[in-house]
Design a protein around this ligand. Sequence first.
Ligand code: DX5
Ligand code: ZN
Length: 220
Amino acid sequence: MTELCFSILAADFAHLADDVAKATEGGGTVVHFDVMDGVFVPNISIGPPVLKSLRKATSLPIDCHLMIANADAYIPAFADNGANWVSVQWEACRHLNRTLDLIQKHGMKAGVVINPATPVGFLDEVLDMVHHVLVMTVNPGFGGQAFIPGTLKKVEKLAALRKERGLDFRIQVDGGIDHETVQSVVKAGAELLVAGTSVFGRGTPVEDAKSLLELARTAR
Ligand code: DX5
Ligand code: ZN
């Protein structure tokens, strides 16, 4: 099922609950929560204290995308503060199997993320243990970047692999997903659509979320 995972990175942090309510009214069904540590990526964003407040403001699943160097150390804090899904970057995990296992042991759905330069083939050994695979369609670290078209073939490859192996992980895309690019990622096989700027950037999140989802749902 096609779902909109609206990224609050592009929301107004002083009015977070209002922005989440508006994106939800527009049809968003997953809250995408970007965590950046200034080490794995050259930017710093938000973490467990903000998650704790946000948890009280929404009943939607909160999807935490960890762009951090030492994910294992923080997984308990994400579980304790209300995360439902946690995804970790392939490039940042020395012991990926252990990290995914740790996420699941804390009662959360585990996902793995690959950067644009990381091949889909590197995921072979973990595809049967993840709830979702996030194919980054920009280099992580900032909102508002341009979609990288070369990532489309990775989404296609992943969808083909899933079929071939009879697996059921979900395919997520993140970065530069807007009214221009959304149909191409859906056609390639993505179903969890992360979008920040195209939902919150124009100040009309209800309408923009609605029209983005409409385009996505008529793409196939
Ligand atoms: C980028 C983040 C994204 C970001 C997407 O590192 O992982 O989730 O918020 O932002 P837009 O939709 O503006 O490209
Ligand atoms: Zn993200």
